[in-house]
Design a protein around this ligand. Structure first.
Ligand SMILES: C[S@@+](CC[C@H](N)C(=O)[O-])C[C@H]1O[C@@H](n2cnc3c(N)ncnc32)[C@H](O)[C@@H]1O
Length: 339
């Protein structure tokens, strides 16, 4: 049936019919297998519509000369074909997925939905965008001390008692828990006496993180980074998470901060995830740099990711030093810092 669809409009009508059929089967208690077949037909029809739409203009093009439409605009537009532009965009997104990946989704996905397949298309777009940035960052030279590798190795030459502030954001999953002990030990060596190691943390492993950070440093306080904008339920605990703990640890001797400050920060606006899935907002990082360091100070980030701390520190007139273990992430950070 789908092979007979000659226009995107035909294919979309088949998709609509397949969806109506799936719904009728669901209501009448038909087998899961039969419903799945209908869902597959719907998605294949949407993909076919997307393929047929690729060469079609989105709207009437500008007129050329006196009255005649340009060549591109002589084809029928979406509206002229009776196709909603949001449906057209969705179908084209589905059509952009490589055939093999699309078929794999149909055969393994628990639920065969348009939303599910559009999500895959977006993930592919994101992967391509990040790979492109990493490639562009490869040969870029930047004027700050930014190293590729494990912080315990590539920062081993930093002198004792030489760093004014460590501001960092280690990976939060349980698998990385040992890094917190490594950070505590490293910070206790390179920080100047009485200087701070400030670390963003997740909530899930907080008791263990606190224990490990205290192995070589002194606990000072926990700040709250409040997230504006949308939020999500955290799997497994059924909590809508709106804030992140920021742990303040100090190298001995414990000293009181000279200026009184509030212990919460607001992460302004929408999430900034252009260069890293765990990227922090510049508003929060910038504020911490302002509060806990002075112009000319060395500000170190042992887990630089997309380079937020390094960029904010440089922009605030500090001397940033940092490292990142993942090569693509490192190259993307170089691109970001250079712009
Ligand atoms: C939470 S992310 C940091 C995100 C960063 N704050 C930003 O705004 O982009 C943690 C980063 O630490 C890196 N990393 C993990 N283990 C590391 C190690 N041993 N040495 C250096 N970097 C490491 C990861 O590759 C990841 O990019």
């Amino acid at each position: 049936m789908l092979a007979e669809a000659k226009t995107a409009y035909d294919a979309i009508k088949i998709a609509d019919a397949a969806e109506a059929y799936r719904y009728a089967m669901k209501v009448s208690g038909a087998s899961e297998e039969a419903q799945r077949e209908a869902s597959m037909l719907k998605l294949r029809a949407e993909r076919r519509a997307g393929e047929l739409l690729v060469s079609m203009p989105k709207a009437a093009g500008p007129r050329e000369g006196k009255g005649a439409r340009s060549e591109a605009a002589t084809a029928l537009t979406y509206a002229e074909q009776g196709i909603d532009k949001r449906v057209a965009a969705r179908c084209q997104k589905i059509a952009s997925i490589p055939e093999e990946r699309f078929e794999e989704f149909l055969s393994v996905a628990d639920e065969i939905t348009t939303a599910g397949v559009v999500k895959i298309a977006k993930e592919i777009d994101r992967f391509v965008e990040l790979s492109d940035k990493a490639e562009r960052g490869k040969n870029i030279r930047i004027d700050i001390d930014f190293r590729l590798g494990d912080f315990r190795k590539v920062l081993a030459d930093l002198p004792d008692d030489s760093v004014d502030l460590i501001l960092t954001d280690p990976p939060y999953p349980r698998d990385f828990i040992d890094l917190w002990s490594g950070l505590s030990e490293f910070a206790a060596r390179v920080l100047k006496p009485g200087a701070f190691c400030i670390a963003y943390s997740g909530q899930a492993n907080l008791p263990e993180v606190i224990k490990r950070m205290g192995e070589h440093l002194v606990y000072y306080w926990t700040f709250c980074l409040y997230h504006q904008g949308s939020t999500q339920i955290v799997n497994g605990v059924n909590v809508m998470c709106r804030w992140k703990p920021i742990l303040l640890y100090q190298k001995q001797p414990r000293k009181k901060i000279p200026n009184t400050m509030q212990d919460y920060l607001i992460s302004e606006g929408v999430q900034e995830k252009d260069d890293h899935e765990w990227q922090q907002t510049e508003s929060g990082v910038g504020k911490l740099i302002e509060l806990f360091s002075n112009p000319g100070d060395i500000v170190l980030d042992t887990f630089a990711g997309s380079g937020t701390t390094l960029k904010c520190a440089r922009d605030a007139g500090r001397k940033p030093i940092g490292c990142e273990i993942d090569k693509d992430t490192y190259n993307r950070a170089k691109l970001r810092i250079s712009s």
